[in-house]
Design a binder for this molecule. Structure first.
Ligand SMILES: O=C(O)CCC(=O)C(=O)O
Ligand SMILES: [Fe+2]
Length: 378
């Protein structure tokens, strides 16, 4: 059995190569039309497909996911407007100054990735704006709802650019957040079926899903650089990610042969990938596959990941249906909040972090036309 040493956030682990990622050279497309079919057999068939994609690849596209194309377009337009704001206005929400951790704006080079296979101190060549779970963005929330206990302090107030800068931005993002979160809740029921559990197994753990979402902007890079990519190689930390990309390619997924497989945009789909907590829940049967994004197209690239997680007080430990006799746990039991907080702390801008050298960062990317300073004619 080929083994490799994983440098994890929790120390070195000697593991079989297959534990990191399955063997694939294409990313499957899964049709969700039957996700809420009254016919159990159809839902079961979908669950089998999902199991195969999660066990082998850890990534798949979803089509017929039920989210209106209009809303997705509205979200992308709002994101374009957001990133076009002058940097000073974006910096008013700088993540390093935010009261609540992991919320707000990340400038170019502000975040960096630490993965199980490498630690990369170089900053990501992307900008981001992050929000997290709030009752305001949850279509299922009822008046008087109280959030579960949260020892990791991961629930908390989002910070928003002033309404006058971007009228409607906050309501558009909340609407999008709520819709995609409900898609995540429905998807988790198919995951339960795929894992030989009752479909309702996770329902009580997603009453207040510990989820985050970010708008991402990847300016075109001047040169290909292993150190500086739009987002350097990493895994995601929550249960699964539902990613909306525009038509500009950039996302790549690592297979067992160390090849980067392009997750080329497919119109009408989201890309879904398994995150670490679902990998731990399945004791490694589902892969939390390493991926990166690098924009060498000469065009601007935008994406909107939604990191779907369970209530922050939910304990992540291998499910009975995923642990074979005598098999040991690949990870100690941990609450979702504690795990995600620790993982994000190695990656995201932290409160008090200094602002990166934005002038140096700008030299690594092509400044897009709208932000160019016009030189008056002589
Ligand atoms: O922009 C993308 O395509 C990927 C983003 C991503 O992997 C992340 O934010 O975790
Ligand atoms: Fe990611």
């Amino acid at each position: 059995m080929a083994t490799t040493t994983l440098k994890t956030r929790f120390g070195d682990l000697e593991v079989s190569k297959e534990i990191i990622q399955g063997d694939f050279d294409t990313i499957p497309v899964i049709d969700l039309a039957d996700m809420t079919s009254p016919d159990l057999e159809k839902r079961q068939k979908l669950a089998f497909e999902l199991y195969d994609a999660c066990a082998r690849v850890g990534f798949f596209y979803i089509k017929n996911h039920g989210i209106a194309e209009d809303l997705i377009e509205k979200m992308h337009n709002a994101s374009h407007e957001y990133f076009k704001l002058p940097v000073d206005q974006k910096m008013e929400c700088y993540m390093g100054n935010a009261k609540q951790a992991f919320r707000g704006y990340t400038p170019l080079l502000g975040s960096h990735q630490t993965t199980e296979i490498e630690e990369n101190p170089a900053g990501n060549l992307s900008e981001a704006f992050d929000i997290g779970y709030e009752l305001e963005g949850d279509k299922q929330a009822k008046p008087g709802d109280v959030l579960p206990e949260d020892t990791a302090s991961m629930y908390g107030g989002n910070i928003w650019p002033k309404e006058e800068y971007l009228p409607g931005f906050r309501s558009t993002y909340n609407e999008y957040f709520g819709e995609v979160m409900d898609l995540g809740r429905n998807l988790l029921r198919v995951f339960a079926l795929a894992l030989s559990l009752p479909e309702s197994y996770f329902d009580e753990m997603v009453t207040y899903p510990g989820s985050l979402s970010r708008l991402m902007y990847y300016p075109p890079q001047r040169v290909s650089s292993e150190a500086h990519q739009g987002i350097n190689p990493h895994t995601d930390y929550e249960c699964f990610t539902i990613l909306s990309q525009d038509s500009v390619p950039g996302l790549q997924v690592l297979n067992a042969n160390n090849q980067w497989i392009a997750a080329t945009p497919i119109k009408g789909t989201f890309v879904v990938n398994i995150g670490d907590t679902l990998k731990f829940w399945t004791n490694g049967k589902f892969k939390s596959t390493i991926h990166r994004a690098i924009n060498l197209t000469g065009k601007e690239r935008y994406s909107v990941p939604f990191f779907f997680g369970v209530n922050y007080d939910a304990v992540i430990k291998p499910l009975d249906t995923c642990i074979d006799e005598g098999e040991s746990n690949i990870h100690e039991p941990v609450t979702a909040g504690e795990y995600v907080k620790k993982a994000l702390s190695t990656t995201y801008v932290k409160q008090g972090d200094e602002v990166p050298d934005l002038a140096a960062a700008a030299k690594m990317v092509e400044i897009p036309a709208p932000q160019m300073i016009a030189i008056p004619a002589a």
